[in-house]
Design a binder for this molecule. Structure first.
Ligand SMILES: Cc1cc2nc3c(=O)[nH]c(=O)nc-3n(C[C@H](O)[C@H](O)[C@H](O)COP(=O)(O)O)c2cc1C
Length: 229
């Protein structure tokens, strides 16, 4: 039976509200077929002229460990990754939200913000996909422009919602992007592809305090103007 409009809205709104970044996972495998089902239905995402510029490299088991070892070797060597994904300086408005995120994040983890070593250890956990059974790396053709990255963003959100609707959780991770030069040979990325981000995928560990983090959102009145209604 086709769901009513109210039922559809309740279902999608529920998925949107229940999605959050999960950074601790249960030791429970996700079948390859389930991963492919999620990545397939997410492919319904729209894209400019239907160009579908996303590429996904789905890893589990040994493939995750191999990538983690390669990235952490560079991370641990203290070599700074190439320029960061935010401009410097970050305009005040965004800088304030970034600082608010950091404060809440480290508090949820029980990490003192002045404890640089503990913060580094937590950042390092990104590269093992926070212990998730599945790690996704998203890449795009380097010649494409910002609007194609927008297409990839729509695909990412579709993946996260398709995962949520199956009782799975995710964490999108830009932390992988600066390590493209390490990732490309390990995963055998095709020539011309660039790493956009990674994503952890698995079943949320309900007991982990970090998963209790609930990031606030601006009220709609702060970012929407309405005209002519
Ligand atoms: C493009 C993108 C990159 C992100 N990169 C990381 C990351 O590298 N590591 C991490 O722990 N969280 C990362 N996040 C998660 C954000 O911190 C999170 O989405 C934000 O704080 C809002 O919280 P929520 O996802 O729980 O609603 C990223 C999110 C996005 C959309």
């Amino acid at each position: 039976m086709t769901p009513s409009v109210a039922e559809s809205a309740a279902c999608l709104d529920g998925l949107l509200r229940s999605r959050c970044s999960v950074r601790a996972f249960r030791d429970e495998a996700v079948p390859r077929e389930t991963v492919l089902e999620i990545l397939r239905v997410a492919g319904r995402a729209p894209s400019n002229s239907n160009t579908q510029p996303w590429r996904v490299h789905a890893l589990a088991g040994e493939a995750i460990r191999e990538l983690e070892a390669a990235i952490t070797a560079v991370f641990d060597s203290g070599q700074l990754p190439p320029p960061h994904h935010f401009p410097a300086p970050l305009p005040d408005e965004y800088g304030a939200r970034q600082a608010d995120f950091a404060a809440r994040y480290y508090q949820a983890l029980g990490i003192d913000r002045t404890d640089a070593a503990a913060r580094t250890r937590q950042t390092r956990r990104n590269f093992g996909f926070f212990g998730a059974p599945v790690g996704l790396i998203f890449s795009i053709d380097a010649c494409l422009k910002p609007h194609s990255w927008l297409d990839l963003g729509l695909y990412l959100q579709s993946v996260m919602l398709a995962a949520r609707s199956r009782g799975l959780d995710t964490c999108p991770q830009v932390s992988f992007a600066p390590y493209h030069a390490v990732i490309a040979p390990v995963l055998g990325l095709p020539e011309g592809q660039v790493t956009v981000c990674g994503m952890s995928l698995g079943y949320r560990d309900e007991r982990a305090p970090v998963n209790g983090l609930q990031m606030p959102r601006r009220d709609v009145s702060e970012f929407v103007r309405t005209m002519g209604f």
